[in-house]
Write a protein that binds this ligand. Sequence first.
Ligand SMILES: NC(=O)c1ccc[n+]([C@@H]2O[C@H](COP(=O)([O-])OP(=O)(O)OC[C@H]3O[C@@H](n4cnc5c(N)ncnc54)[C@H](O)[C@@H]3O)[C@@H](O)[C@H]2O)c1
Length: 284
Amino acid sequence: MAEQAIGVIGAGTMGSGIAQLAVQYGFDVVIRDIESDLVEQGLDDVRTGLEEAEERDIIDDADAAFERVEGTTEIADVTDEATFIVEAAPEEMEIKKAVFEELDEHADPDVVLGTNTSSLSVTEIASVTDNPERVIGTHFFNPPVKMKLLEVVTGHHTSEETIDRIEAFADAVDRESILVDDYPGFATSRLGLVLGMEAARMVQEGVASAEDIDTAMEMGYNFPIGPLKLGDHNGWDVRVEVGEYLAEEFGREVYRPPQNVKKMVRAGDYGVKTGQGFYEWDDD
Ligand SMILES: NC(=O)c1ccc[n+]([C@@H]2O[C@H](COP(=O)([O-])OP(=O)(O)OC[C@H]3O[C@@H](n4cnc5c(N)ncnc54)[C@H](O)[C@@H]3O)[C@@H](O)[C@H]2O)c1
């Protein structure tokens, strides 16, 4: 079954980006947040993204594309329309569970429910539903229109049919999908975290400067971006949470954030979004 309309839960950074991606590839989209000003903000971000895509000749007509996006605060508006709904609410298990309980109650059983979680257990999120076979991790990267990867995470009960539908959707929006079992940190965060935390530990130990460590990986290992610069982009506040979570889950200290990272986060220096991390960032 090919998807008709896409539902998006949460109109923040990722929700608005996923909505823009789906619209750019011809889908109708219904996007939901909890308050109307958040919905409006999300719709503004989608419109701005579409206008940029028109300027860069990626789409012909931003206004026409934007017509296919509907914003709402009502879950029923999403479940009435969408055949695939992706949740992009905050990274907290209790919030995710509340969303999935609501979705499972309202959406027909043949609607696929994806979560954009970057670290939480898809199996646990699915456990609150009566139909866990239609729940799957659909981990897009920021910004979804530019990042080619879709990390597809299979929960304990996820069905083959659900996987097939999401792989077909990935093709339809021109993303490269990888299939990963539901293990903490999946494939991306589990490896990326080790590199980021070890690089930070090296700065702390005085092995080399942040710039030189990043240059080592960029020039010596052909990484498109060094691990400390990448951490600044992702936000060290989130990295610390995920690192602590992985250290507990696996019982391995290699994921644990070092003191220099913890101190930076306590000071409110998260990276690009606050203007200061291992590097100083201005608005551009
Ligand atoms: N930001 C990133 O770089 C990134 C990358 C990959 C994955 N993720 C994951 O994507 C998810 C969303 O992250 P984000 O950065 O977009 O967060 P965000 O804070 O920008 O947006 C979350 C939105 O969800 C809304 N929300 C909260 N409860 C809701 C509910 N019950 N129904 C509908 N909306 C609700 C909030 O009001 C907010 O607007 C998280 O699971 C995060 O881990 C984020």
